[in-house]
Design a protein around this ligand. Structure first.
Ligand code: PRP
Ligand code: MN
Ligand code: MG
Length: 179
């Protein structure tokens, strides 16, 4: 698996250090507010799993599974809800956790959906931000790292469902997705 990676962009240590910082920041910000933290499957699974343990105040946690890429390289622009929330967002302070914002389609759709469902507030925390990929106006409230316009995988991010289990974020060798 390591042989498919051209370069490690963000090491396991860098990711975990950033998560400690984000956890401290969110603890301070959401103290006493009991936010509804929503992890977006599948990509954000490792990030959310690690981050929620570093938030040292009461939170409620729920999951939503959405997909806009399927196994395609380019976003279809159409977001499909594979599994909806179990919890109502009405009147809640929502905190969305994502692995990456690329075109912005997924989050733009979700923010509108949660506003339509009458959330009190909606904020976005993403581990990675790829601003060069943006096709819609969408800005995260908090981004861990800005990444270049390369094919990045690992720590939740996949290519054809592979590489999600890497503990770091790396650039995939072009020969893997060009063949
Ligand atoms: C990926 C990623 C984000 C989204 C970002 O998910 O995890 O959710 O795409 O891209 P965008 O800003 O262009 O919408 P994907 O749809 O591939 O599903 P997955 O998380 O199950 O891999
Ligand atoms: Mn995703
Ligand atoms: Mg994907």
């Amino acid at each position: 698996m390591r042989d498919d990676i051209q370069e490690i962009l963000i090491s396991e240590e860098e990711i975990q250090k950033k998560i400690d910082e984000l956890g401290a920041q969110l603890t301070e910000e959401y103290e006493g507010r009991f936010p509804l933290v929503i992890g977006i499957l599948k990509g954000s699974l490792p990030f959310m799993g690690d981050l929620i343990q570093k938030i040292d105040t009461h939170i409620e946690f729920d999951l939503m599974d959405v997909s806009s890429y399927g196994n395609e390289l380019v976003s279809s622009g159409e977001v499909k809800i594979v599994k909806d929330l179990n919890t109502s967002v009405e009147g809640r302070e929502v905190l969305i956790l994502e692995d990456i914002i690329d075109s912005g389609n997924t989050l733009s759709y979700l923010v509108k959906l949660f506003e339509y469902r009458k959330a009190k507030s909606v904020k976005i925390v993403t581990l990675l931000d790829k601003p060069e990929g943006r096709t819609v106006d969408l800005y995260p409230d908090i981004a861990g790292f800005v990444v270049p316009d390369e094919f990045v995988v690992g720590y939740g991010l996949d290519y054809m469902e592979r590489y999600r289990n890497l503990p770091y974020v790396g650039i995939l060798k072009p020969e893997i997705y060009q063949s």
